[in-house]
Design a protein around this ligand. Structure first.
Ligand SMILES: Cc1cc2nc3c(=O)[nH]c(=O)nc-3n(C[C@H](O)[C@H](O)[C@H](O)COP(=O)(O)OP(=O)(O)OC[C@H]3O[C@@H](n4cnc5c(N)ncnc54)[C@H](O)[C@@H]3O)c2cc1C
Length: 364
């Protein structure tokens, strides 16, 4: 027999890829009583287009990936809606790097710099695998640290340019900051492939998010009319008690729900924009900037945790809701964090490793 539709109400904060996917997942599980509160006047979040001289230019995510053993859901949708994409031929870079004083580097010179960079990256990837294995324990180093161990730190303008392309460009951080363990192997590229396609379509990459939204939110002429999507609603306060959550937005509106799914970025969470009552359980007051989560466990639970790997414990902590508050978003997906596909999967909460899984588990 079919179970009755769930009567819990849910508020989703943020209408980026993860928020829209979370809403779709709820809808498909029979939850109709949800609303999406989005600060901006549009959906898509970090997938958004701008106009330069009458041309559409992507201001956020730009590349789709393919060529690997699995297919990227974002790329699959892009193909379905015939989004115009251009193959980014990075091999071409070896004929396109300029000297500081002008003129091109000779192709073979750049190619040998790329060879060294490849070897350096392979060394880093292998080291990362060792550090991630049991005997690696908790140890991690920066990408720059691994380059030092390789005894081949990029120096000089050409090597630095190549290294920028290998690392900083992809991670949006310099190698002295990027964690080796959390960067290599790049799981997104291992799974979906390294062939990068640049979105160059006047409709914008955000059409991919619209395509998903239009599958379940009522719309008219490409405009979402569903009253459950509320734009220009900046959440400022999330107040939870034993039985419900009360949310206040900047314009003074107040919303009540049984559960909340927070999909705002780490940057927003780290700022003071949203006040959590009670506060999120971390040591920010005592150790500002450390982002440490503090958990106390006792008795059976402490013995269970002592006996399992740190990796498992970490995964468990990251997927725990905070009372009635759940988290989704690119940053909560440990496999593809930092990418549109990571945001996509974080909103599906289909596998027990997804942070939202326990919420959906209630309905089934
Ligand atoms: C410049 C740049 C380039 C990138 N390039 C690529 C790429 O080539 N390929 C790729 O796959 N990925 C790329 N990414 C990453 C990708 O864009 C993100 O991983 C993904 O879009 C994140 O989706 P999300 O739903 O997790 O978060 P977001 O898209 O950030 O969605 C969160 C939403 O919450 C809203 N919000 C925030 N605070 C509040 C509040 N207080 N109240 C209400 N709403 C709020 C925001 O307005 C936003 O709409 C790039 C990102 C950037 C910034």
């Amino acid at each position: 027999s079919r179970s009755p539709p769930p009567s819990d109400s849910v508020i989703i904060i943020g209408a980026g890829m993860s928020g829209i996917m979370a809403a779709k997942t709820l809808e498909e599980a029979g939850y109709k009583d949800y609303i999406i509160l989005e600060a901006d006047s549009r959906i898509g979040g970090r997938v958004h287009k701008g106009q330069v001289d009458g041309n559409t230019v992507e201001m956020g995510a730009n590349w789709l990936f393919s060529g690997g053993p699995k297919s990227s859901p974002a790329h699959e949708i892009a193909k379905k809606i015939k989004l115009r994409t251009l193959y980014s031929d990075y091999g071409n870079l070896s004929s396109n790097i300029y000297k500081q004083g002008g003129g091109l580097y000779e192709k073979h010179v750049v190619e040998s710099a790329f060879k060294v960079a490849d070897a350096r990256q392979e060394f880093g990837t292998n080291l990362s695998k060792i550090l991630s294995s049991k005997k690696g324990g908790d140890d991690d180093i920066s990408i720059l640290g691994s380059q030092r161990l390789f005894k081949q730190v990029p120096k000089g303008p050409l090597d630095l340019a190549v290294d920028y392309f290998y690392n900083d460009f992809e991670e949006a951080e310099p190698t002295r900051i990027s964690s080796l363990k959390n960067t290599f192997p790049r799981q997104l590229m291992e799974d979906f492939g390294e062939d990068s396609y640049f979105v160059a379509d006047p409709r914008g990459f955000e059409t991919v998010v619209h395509y998903i939204a239009n599958q379940f939110l009522s719309h008219n002429n490409n405009k979402i009319t569903d009253p459950r999507l509320q734009l220009k609603k900046t959440v400022r306060k999330i107040n939870q008690s034993k039985n419900k959550v009360i949310i206040t937005t900047e314009d003074g509106s107040v919303y009540h729900a049984n559960y909340v799914i927070v999909t705002v970025s780490v940057g927003v969470l780290q700022s003071d924009l949203i006040g959590f009552v009670p506060r999120l359980p971390h040591l920010e007051n005592e150790l500002p900037g450390e982002n440490m989560i503090f958990v106390t466990v006792t008795d059976e639970e402490s013995r269970r945790i002592e006996q399992q790997s740190e990796k498992k414990t970490k995964a468990e902590i990251m997927q725990q809701p905070f009372g009635r508050i759940y988290f989704a978003g690119e940053h909560t997906n440990s496999t593809y964090l930092g990418y549109v596909d990571g945001a996509y999967f974080s909103g599906t909460f289909r596998s027990p490793s997804d942070s939202l899984y326990p919420l959906l588990g209630r309905a089934t």
